[in-house]
Design a protein around this ligand. Structure first.
Ligand SMILES: [Zn+2]
Length: 340
């Protein structure tokens, strides 16, 4: 597939992403309605321009599609309330019937994984797409962990290769800037030499997976409390190394907002300004290098995470939706991309 002639971003989001759970979601730091709250906040800013750019997944990934990456034994294990309670770090889930868990928690995540696939397909067509869910980067072939049940990035890679949207030798970048180490995709990439991984994460928090860490190509651990200056300095040094390792046909940019200062889990100390600068630096570097970019929401656990997500989404639509960016010649002319 040829590279797109201009950047024409798409947003992937549906109210079906919401994890609502008979009120039990209030017991978990995760805001189960983060995606739809962010979309609505951005809609107030952007108006109908956002509707026109939004794709709404309707069908969650099927068991057959999940088997492209996950083992049958693992998918069966997700029927056990005790097991899902452990993955979600929410003990009370162990006392619920498995059909409720599937309907209210697992199905929205399968829809989120479908959203990652739709976003990647849209990115291959239009240069850039943003799924307001996904980035379930702790999920492995045969285990869930850290609130991640389905390995959406590798499920998407399997689907794109199967349909021919990605050729077997197309190189793919995973740029993981969530606060946590992406050990799930790192373990899955052990058997996937076409995948190149750059990961910046807080090494003082979960998961501390030293075996998975060996698979990271550009490994950039930071410490708790890392603030704007050190973080952005690191990112400005890292991005030229990332693009020099290309070309990549497609990137998954896991844009977790749990790096924000007020996040209860991320342990980092970034301002909202730094998050916006992060998105701008990443998208400018990757799009200029001719790489189609799939942005994924990743983690973000505070009550205000959705506002960072809304900011990020607004930036994508306002800047790249008009063909401007830092590369662009101006509205209507688009951004020229070379083949990746
Ligand atoms: Zn995270």
């Amino acid at each position: 597939m040829a590279a797109p002639a201009s950047v024409d971003p798409r947003i992937v989001c549906t109210p079906g992403y919401d994890l609502t759970f008979l009120g039990l979601e209030r017991l978990h730091p995760f805001d189960g309605r983060k995606a739809s709250r962010a979309w609505r906040a951005a809609r107030r800013r952007l108006g109908a321009a956002l509707d026109q750019r939004t794709l709404r997944p309707t069908l969650p990934l099927t068991r057959e599609q999940l088997l492209a990456v996950h083992t049958p034994a693992y998918l069966d294990q997700l029927r056990s309330p005790a097991y899902v309670a452990q993955v979600l770090e929410l003990p009370i889930v162990a006392r619920l019937p498995s059909f409720i868990i599937d309907w209210r928690l697992l199905r929205p995540m399968r829809l989120g994984a479908q959203g990652t696939r739709l976003a990647a397909e849209a990115a291959l067509r239009g240069g850039l797409a943003y799924n307001l869910a996904g980035g379930y980067h702790h999920a492995g072939r045969d285990q869930g962990q850290g609130f991640c049940c389905y390995a959406d990035v590798h499920l998407t890679l399997a689907a794109l290769r199967q349909t021919g949207a990605l050729a077997a030798d197309d190189r793919v970048l995973i740029l993981d800037l969530d606060a946590h180490q992406g050990n799930g995709h790192e373990r899955l990439a052990q058997a996937d030499p076409q995948v190149f991984i750059a990961d910046v994460y807080n090494q003082d928090i979960f998961p501390g997976d030293w075996a998975a860490r060996r698979r990271i190509d550009l490994d950039r651990p930071v410490r708790s409390g890392t603030g704007d200056d050190a973080y952005l300095r690191l990112l400005r040094r890292l991005l030229p190394e990332v693009t020099a390792a290309g070309p990549f046909r497609l990137a998954f940019y896991i844009a977790g907002t749990d790096v924000a200062a007020e996040d209860p889990l991320g342990g980092m100390a970034l301002s909202g300004d730094a998050l916006r600068t992060r998105d701008r630096l990443v998208l400018t570097a990757l799009l200029a290098a001719g790489t189609a970019v799939t942005m994924l929401a990743g983690g973000g656990y505070g009550p205000h995470s959705y506002l960072h997500l809304a900011d990020s989404l607004s930036y994508v639509v306002e800047t790249w939706g008009r063909g401007r960016g830092e590369l662009g010649p101006g509205p209507g002319q688009g951004v020229s991309m070379r083949s990746g």
